[in-house]
Design a protein around this ligand. Structure first.
Ligand code: PEP
Ligand code: MN
Length: 360
């Protein structure tokens, strides 16, 4: 087992935020002008936000998009910090960005999703951070749903001595139609939570949802799950924002959203909860036993196919099986999409086991 260095990373603390209450980072996708940056910062600070975000180097998918104001935005962030007392955060993607941001006393640097997918870029950033253990670094998940890549990025930054380290879940690019801009694949941040139990993990509902109406429901889901806070994009005139216009909310709208969010702080000591959890454990034991039995039947079938010179995958049988299970699942109140994913995973493992037998 590879040692897991993230185990020593503790929760992030920020001036003005009570330990244990959600960390809220808010601000525009991009700093566009000094006035727009200050307007957003003043409004957010007035409603109690303690950490301000604004991108100044923007990774745009296509050339010709708004690529950020660059270094001159750093002094706007300094003004925000001096005037409001908020901590300030911006995205860094290169060594030059890191140096410039550190030089100007930016409190929090976040690594974006396109950068955390690139170990070379991350290592360069980590090397540039070495010796700056006062700075806070947040690593967004890589664009592709690969936990190891995310973990690797966190470990590289950790390896440079950074302990004010946290993660941001912003969802994953995915093919096919989805209601959200980025597929949350919540199981991936759940697994990160398991591997780094003390580390601050924030959720970015703006980039997951891609539309302002999803910000509130996603924020509530996030706070009801494993997240320690939220990074939310907020712009005083979202419709005219130069980047991510559809997903930004005004500071006033954000204030309302934050007021409505329910923060659940109960500790799981209830007998009732313990009993329900026992039921879940029992179900899981049953599930695993059934799965093991199914795989053993599957291997038996594999031996038969091998003896009779049949292929492992029989498409017609697979189609019939999936159709029947979806129908059955549907009657049991299970979502089609869920049943399909489970059955596909089980079938894939059956095939793998049969192929093993074939290659024996
Ligand atoms: C952003 O935060 O504005 C941004 C570009 O985020 P991501 O890296 O998640 O796309
Ligand atoms: Mn954005």
């Amino acid at each position: 087992m590879i040692p897991n260095p993230l185990l020593d990373v503790g929760p992030l603390t920020f001036k003005g935020i009570e330990p244990g209450s959600p960390v809220i980072i808010a601000g525009p996708c991009s700093a566009e002008t000094e006035q727009q940056t200050l307007d957003a910062a003043r409004a957010l600070s007035a409603m109690g936000v303690k950490v301000f975000r604004a991108g100044i180097w923007k990774p745009r998918t296509m050339p010709g998009g708004f690529e950020g104001v660059g270094d001159r935005g750093l002094s706007w962030l300094q003004t925000v910090k001096d005037e409001t007392g908020m901590a300030v955060a911006t995205e860094v993607a290169t060594v030059d960005h890191v140096r410039a941001a550190l030089d100007k006393g930016i409190d929090i640097l976040w690594v974006g999703a396109r950068t955390s997918a690139n170990p070379f870029a991350i290592q360069d950033i980590a090397d540039a951070l070495r010796g700056h253990d006062e700075v806070t670094v947040l690593v967004k998940n890589p664009v592709n749903p690969d936990l190891d890549l995310w973990l690797g990025a966190l470990q590289r930054i950790h390896g440079a001595g950074i302990r004010r380290l946290g993660a941001i879940h912003r969802g994953f690019s995915s093919a096919g139609a989805h209601i959200y801009r980025n597929d949350p694949q919540w199981h991936i941040p759940f697994e990160l939570r398991r591997l780094a139990p003390g580390m601050t993990i924030l959720c970015d509902p703006s980039h997951i949802g891609g539309k302002r109406e999803y910000v509130e429901p996603l924020s509530q889901i996030a706070l009801d799950m494993v997240f320690d806070g939220l990074m939310i994009e907020s712009h005083c005139d979202p419709d005219n924002a130069l980047s991510d216009s559809a997903q930004q909310v005004t500071p006033a709208a954000l204030e309302e959203i934050l007021k409505r969010l329910v923060v659940r702080s109960g500790t799981p000591v209830d007998d009732e909860l313990a009993l329900l959890r026992q039921q879940i454990d029992d179900c899981d034991h049953e599930l695993l036993a059934v799965l093991a039995r199914r795989m053993s039947v599957s291997r038996e079938i594999g031996r038969f196919k091998k003896a009779h010179n049949l292929r492992v995958v029989q498409p017609a049988r697979y189609q019939d099986m999936i159709d029947a299970r979806l129908d059955e699942g549907n009657h049991l109140g299970l979502q089609c999409d869920f049943t399909q994913r489970v059955m596909q995973a089980i079938h894939e493992e059956s095939v793998r086991q049969q192929l093993d037998l074939f290659n024996d």
